[in-house]
Design a protein around this ligand. Structure first.
Ligand SMILES: C[S@@+](CC[C@H](N)C(=O)[O-])C[C@H]1O[C@@H](n2cnc3c(N)ncnc32)[C@H](O)[C@@H]1O
Length: 305
């Protein structure tokens, strides 16, 4: 099966979106859409706005003829035109196209809360028709988490970082050993991924625990120094403690990266600077990276193996 994904991202997040798509779909998007044979929940990523499961493709006439010859029958269906940036159609043409396609389908039409939502669109002269799903933006429920922290990651970045960590393998074991109030833990838990959380500071760790509890997630978070974290994980996600660039601070950062190497095969390192030397000294190799900006704050997301 082939899927058409419609992307939505702003300029500040475009690199993060591309890194996430490279990790999850092995595609480096250059436009606001892409085709893939890989089926993903459209709400997993912030950036996949719509997903069209392509049932039929060709000219509009071919599609209508095929719908009619197959006698496609659905009760309570609706057909929507899927806008693709760069291929905008006039709204009159869109109405005409959805009307013709809808008319060819047998069964009852349902405008509000349809049982089956279909999409039709045109890219480079080829029409695509199929089942359409839309992003529910489920992560917004984490906007009102009870515990906040000045250095916490924005929810959007945490969501994308989790997807960058998991990539195309949802069975990975994850750890956030410097979890703060658990922004990453919340997104990973919401997406159903396995993750453990640790933080050295008791009140911060309690904030994470209460945030997880508030949403009914069963993810475990313990007070621990990363140096005491045991076990082995596929991937560690670390939003490194930063602030002061004193000698001690840099030594602490090196110690944290070294410990990430000890407890995980792979590290997604988030920092306000590129930490190439620390990554290499710990025995990791930087394999991919991006930067993301919010207001004037730049973060680097580094994939290390
Ligand atoms: C930048 S904050 C992480 C914020 C987190 N991503 C969030 O969204 O809330 C870094 C965290 O590392 C923790 N930390 C510092 N040194 C640590 C250590 N040695 N072991 C475990 N956690 C540590 C701090 O308590 C702090 O909560």
């Amino acid at each position: 099966m082939k899927y058409l994904y419609i992307l939505n991202y702003n300029i500040e997040e475009s690199e993060m979106c591309a890194l996430e798509m490279r990790r999850v779909f092995h595609i480096n998007p250059t436009e606001k859409y892409f085709f893939s044979e890989h089926s993903e929940d459209v709400t997993r990523s912030l950036f996949t706005k719509k997903k069209l499961e392509v049932w039929l493709e060709g000219s509009l006439e071919d599609i209508i003829n095929e719908i009619e010859s197959k006698e496609l029958t659905f009760d309570g269906y609706k057909v929507e035109y899927v806008d693709v940036e760069g291929y905008e159609a006039h709204y009159k043409d869109k109405n005409d196209i959805t009307y013709k396609v809808g008319y060819a389908i047998l069964g009852d039409f349902k405008m509000k809360n349809p049982n089956y939502l279909f999409g039709i669109t045109e890219i480079d002269g080829v029409y695509y028709f199929g089942l359409l799903t839309k992003n529910t933006q489920d992560w917004h429920k984490h906007d009102n988490k009870p515990h906040h922290f000045s250095t916490a990651l924005p929810i959007r970045q945490a969501r994308s970082i989790v997807n960058i960590a998991v990539g195309d393998n949802p069975n990975k074991s994850l750890v956030d050993p410097c979890c703060g109030v658990g922004t990453v833990l919340l997104e990973a838990s919401n997406l159903g991924f396995r993750i453990d959380g640790f933080d050295i500071h008791y009140p911060v760790k309690e904030g994470a625990r209460k945030n997880l509890e508030f949403y009914g997630y069963h993810t475990v978070v313990l007070r621990k120094d990363i140096q005491d974290v045991e076990g082995h994980y596929d991937t560690a996600i670390i939003d490194i403690p930063y602030g002061l660039f004193t000698h001690v601070e840099q030594e602490t950062q090196q110690m944290i990266v070294n410990n990430a190497r000890r407890i995980a095969d792979e590290l997604i390192l988030v920092s306000n600077r590129r930490m190439i030397d620390e990554i290499e000294r710990a025995g990791f190799e930087l394999v991919d990276e991006c930067s993301v900006t919010k207001a004037t704050f730049v973060r680097y997301i580094m994939v290390c193996r």
